[in-house]
Write a protein that binds this ligand. Structure first.
Ligand SMILES: Nc1ncnc2c1ncn2[C@@H]1O[C@H](COP(=O)(O)OP(=O)(O)O)[C@@H](O)[C@H]1O
Ligand SMILES: [Mg+2]
Length: 497
């Protein structure tokens, strides 16, 4: 369905500023439909001058009564003779009421309210209903209709919608949520039953009508701000953690002066409770990552203690390697413990991984310089953990195998992310691979882990080759793009059973 702005641009003569003004109106006119117990439709002229057809830009149905129109009217174009009342309101810039025949024997009561903006009627709101009921109206009905009339006058006077309205992320409240009518001194003149219940829940147990808004628990700033700014104001009050109420204050304006207000109240206790749950869920997840990291560090130290007691150098080295693999996974959990969304900027991980390897293997007799370049972007947690182990393994190999007989060396990690996926290169300027080396025949544990992880878990590829035109080795890991998005990670999670 076309939006109001699209329709207006295509069919009407309204410019962007006026379209924005009408959007301000339709952003909150559900309230007006409720107050008038009637359908509201928005007409705009399709051309300058009298006698132009009108396009219907918007329609809202009341939640307080039956709708007149079951069909969708938006986008229809009306010849002026079908809606003379609307034409008259547009031409005169004044509210005009009348009866309009629709179909053979049906009539609707139409109150045509011009939307005046900067001294000109730019559109017309039609309040459309069948004949008003003859039965005596309840106090609630009479009050709502009276409030509607005040808003209608404000539309006619160009005082509604408000020019700089609080742009809210809340849904616009409807009258059924709870409504207070407040006079210019801030006293409550009328309260709908739901509003009374809400104020009771907020802790106000005396009579609501006659009380001042600020003493009822709704706070004192909202009304004052709305009167000062001559615009709507939104506020939220909480009573402990029990009740949360959002209030929207719409001041009535007469000649630019506030003369009272309609305050809509909405119980958002349940919403806020869910917000809090989400926040605490985030905190729990972070806490778990933190604990996993601590546990991994404990395991590392236990293995290290054990390693010191071993007589065989080979066994000691093997344990030291394991300690570094575990440390690499701990680095990932440490990073995840700081974020909230289970995603990690991989660049942030690489430096700590380098530190792990440097601490364990680099010696002052044979200093190795490490360089990290490029950008890997954000990766899901699972991919990050796997890649962290892979990179650690490749770094270890470079330090362990590349610099035999050398005085110093340099290892670089280069990251690249594109539509193809992720590229990680670990290159050294060392002695190069053994003569007979092939990836397929390689039986070492380190490269076996790397291959299993890259090919098996990430669906990627790994290649080790000599650096072209210089000494040294470059290990190249490629991970396909589809693995790097969160959805893959979820799809891979085991199904809870
Ligand atoms: N950067 C490198 N420079 C030279 N040789 C390497 C390099 N990376 C791996 N190698 C060779 O590949 C072999 C297998 O490595 P790996 O599977 O990690 O086992 P390990 O490190 O326990 O020997 C190494 O023994 C080494 O000969
Ligand atoms: Mg190795």
């Amino acid at each position: 369905m076309a939006t109001l702005a699209e329709l207006a641009r295509r069919h009407s003569i309204l410019d962007e500023e006026r379209i924005a003004h009408l959007q301000g109106l339709t952003g909150c006119w559900g309230l007006l439909a409720d107050l008038s117990f009637a359908d509201l439709v928005l007409y705009a002229p399709t051309a300058d001058g009298p006698g132009a057809p009108m396009v219907l830009l918007g329609h809202v149905r009341p939640t307080t009564g039956a709708t007149l129109y079951r069909a969708d009217l938006v986008g229809q174009v009306y010849e002026p003779e079908r809606r003379p009342t609307v034409v008259e309101a547009l031409d005169s810039s004044k509210i005009v009421s009348g009866v309009v025949p629709v179909g053979a024997d049906r009539h609707i009561n139409l109150m045509a309210i011009p939307v005046n903006h900067r001294g000109q009627a730019i559109a017309v709101v039609g309040r459309e209903r069948t004949r008003p009921p003859d039965r005596p109206r309840s106090e609630l009905e009479r009050t709502y209709l009276a409030i509607f009339d005040r808003f209608a006058l404000m539309l006619e006077q160009g005082e509604f919608p408000y020019p700089d309205e609080d742009r809210f992320r809340h849904r616009t409240p409807r009258v059924g949520d709870g409504l207070l009518l407040v006079d210019r001194a801030g006293r409550i003149e009328f309260a709908s039953p739901n509003a009374v219940s809400l104020l009771h829940r907020l802790g106000w147990h005396r009579g609501v009508v006659g009380a001042r808004v600020e003493e009822t628990g709704l706070g004192s700033t909202m009304l004052r701000a709305a009167f000062a700014r001559c615009s709507s104001v939104i506020d939220e009050m909480e009573s402990g953690n029990e009740v949360a109420v959002v209030s929207h204050c719409y001041p009535f304006l007469e000649g630019g002066q506030p003369s009272g207000a309609a305050v809509l109240l909405r119980d958002v206790t349940e919403l806020r409770r869910r917000d809090r749950q989400l926040v605490s869920k985030d905190a729990t997840i972070r806490e778990i990552h933190h604990r996993v990291k601590n546990n991994l560090q404990t395991i590392s130290s236990l293995l290290r203690l054990q390693g010191r007691r071993l007589g065989s150098e080979e066994a000691r080295d093997a344990l030291e390697e394991s300690v570094r693999r575990i440390a690499a996974i701990a680095v990932v959990h440490e990073t995840l413990a700081q974020g909230t969304d289970g995603e990690v900027a991989f660049d942030e991980i690489v430096r700590p991984l380098v530190d792990v390897v440097e601490e364990g293997l680099s010696s002052p007799l044979r200093p190795v310089e490490f360089v990290v370049e490029g950008d890997a972007g954000v990766l899901p947690a699972r991919v990050t953990t796997t890649l962290a182990v892979v990179v650690t393994e490749l770094l270890q190999n470079a330090v362990e195998h590349a610099f035999h007989g050398r005085r110093a060396g340099r290892v670089s990690v280069v990251l690249g992310r594109g539509s193809h996926g992720l590229l990680v290169e670990v290159a050294d300027d060392g002695t190069g691979l053994p003569e007979d080396f092939t990836m397929d025949d390689c039986a070492g544990l380190g490269l076996t882990i790397v291959r299993t992880f890259v090919e098996g878990e990430l669906g990627g590829s790994i290649d080790l080759r000599p650096v072209s035109g210089a000494s040294g080795t470059v290990a190249e890991v490629r991970v396909p793009a589809e693995v790097l998005v969160g959805a893959w990670e979820e799809a891979q999670e085991p199904v809870a059973g």
